[in-house]
Design a protein around this ligand. Structure first.
Ligand code: CO
Length: 138
């Protein structure tokens, strides 16, 4: 079911400063931050081999990432696995009693369909499943 680690999500206080850090010290190219109003975040990515790092900054303190930052500070926030068929994956997990945050896919950064599993049901790790719009470009 899991095709690869699509990205690791880092919660940051200042997405511009975090992007500059990785550009200056690791020579990566970080994309333009994109606002995802529904999740109360701005997010951007940079490639590391065939996976990516996602930088996520909250746009409001009461968003899930805002609450995470207040409680835990900056740091690792979630892992995203690429799957071939997100609806089927969610259905199977739900049938097996795995706790989901999103029972239906929603549209995330870059137009990809995504859903979160609850960290309580995934041994403490907030887990995102992503299905890319065009699988050939995965
Ligand atoms: Co993510």
């Amino acid at each position: 079911m899991l095709e690869k680690i699509y990205h690791l999500g880092y919660a940051v206080e200042d997405i511009e400063a975090a992007a500059r850090f990785y550009e200056e010290h690791f020579g990566v190219r970080v994309g333009e931050p994109e606002e995802i109003e529904e999740q109360g975040i701005v997010a951007t990515m940079f490639e590391v081999g065939e996976s990516m790092i996602e930088l996520v900054q909250p746009t409001r303190p009461d968003s899930p990432v805002g609450k995470f930052l207040e409680k835990r500070g900056e740091g690792f926030h979630h892992v995203a696995f690429q799957v071939d068929d997100l609806e089927a994956a969610l259905k199977g997990l739900k049938e097996n009693g795995v706790e989901l945050i999103d029972e239906k896919p929603r549209v995330g950064a870059g137009g990809a369909r995504m859903a979160f599993l609850h960290p309580k049901g995934a041994h403490g790790v907030l887990t995102e499943l992503v299905e890319l719009p065009d699988k050939d470009q995965g």
